[in-house]
Design a protein around this ligand. Structure first.
Ligand SMILES: Nc1ncnc2c1ncn2[C@@H]1O[C@H](COP(=O)(O)OP(=O)(O)OP(=O)(O)O)[C@@H](O)[C@H]1O
Ligand SMILES: [Mg+2]
Length: 161
């Protein structure tokens, strides 16, 4: 079984990447896909009590993010995007049972978060878009993709686009 971590950032490049991966794996029982997004970690003081409580309610089932906080709005946006991606995969007839989605709140460098997740959870392949949300088009490849390609060890990296 190949596990593919598809890093997504709410951009159309990301959606295209998800569709590309879907087209490749459709019909195969040898692949599993996980959509993965890194969202902004914020200090507890910056969010409402309800937001903090909401974050704390999932610490038990997700111990690796215990003690980290994020905005509910950022979570809602990412969940909505996951939903959009899953719909696109369903249209390609990718088996729903082979798709998962998760996010992590993270303070530092996004590429490091992606690589750590891949390592921690034993993914053999990471897929990313060549570009992401940034409108600055002066570089051929975004900084996150570039860093993942450069630093990936024991990992296959697909850069789509
Ligand atoms: N926050 C994130 N969470 C998960 N994956 C991400 C995130 N940000 C970027 N990526 C992945 O990296 C790909 C390329 O995005 P990247 O951020 O490198 O380019 P960019 O936004 O065009 O430029 P830059 O951010 O360097 O100004 C995206 O298509 C996505 O696959
Ligand atoms: Mg970016």
């Amino acid at each position: 079984m190949h596990k593919i971590l598809v890093a997504v950032d709410l951009s159309t490049h990301s959606l295209k990447t998800v569709e590309y991966v879907g087209k490749i794996v459709v019909g195969s029982k040898e692949f599993k896909i996980e959509l993965f997004s890194v969202i902004k970690e914020v200090s507890r003081q910056l969010i409402s009590k309800e937001e903090a409580r909401r974050a704390e309610s999932i610490f038990e089932e997700r111990p690796e993010i215990a003690g980290r906080y994020w905005r509910r709005k950022d979570e809602d946006e990412v969940l909505k995007f996951f939903h959009q991606c899953i719909k696109a995969l369903a249209e390609l007839e990718v088996d729903r049972g082979l798709i998962k989605a998760s996010f992590v709140p993270w303070k530092g460098d996004i590429a490091t978060a992606i690589l750590e997740e891949a390592k921690r959870r034993g993914f053999g392949t990471v897929a990313l878009g060549r570009r992401g949300l940034s409108v600055v088009e002066e570089f051929f490849i975004g900084s996150v993709s570039k860093k993942v390609v450069k630093e990936a060890q024991d990992l296959t990296v697909w850069v789509v686009g």
